[in-house]
Design a protein. Sequence first.
Length: 122
Amino acid sequence: MEKIFSYLKNISYFGIAIIILSFISTLLNFFTSVSISFINTFNTLSLLLIYFVLCFKQGKLSSSKGWWCGLKNSLILTFTLLLISLIFFTKDIKLSTFLYYGILILGGMFGSIVGINKKKEN
């Protein structure tokens, strides 16, 4: 039961971070003259950082292998992101979407591996 609450807490942090990221990108779009490609790159890198940090925190608490913990957490976050995307934004999934989610999953796995290694130093 404690694991489920840990995953739910991770999803809620992810949801809050997505809302804040959406607000920041909307402000950038309305009040500055930056291009949409810059905003897309900013959003992608920010989302990758969110995955890394959340999986890093989860990896520090985990006792299993880092890549496995990162894969589980990243898949949960990616499923949440895919669900939000399908409900609110798009109705079709392209190959580039799977590539995008794959990069996010790898970032989360890397974050969890680093988190496991930092736990062993303490």
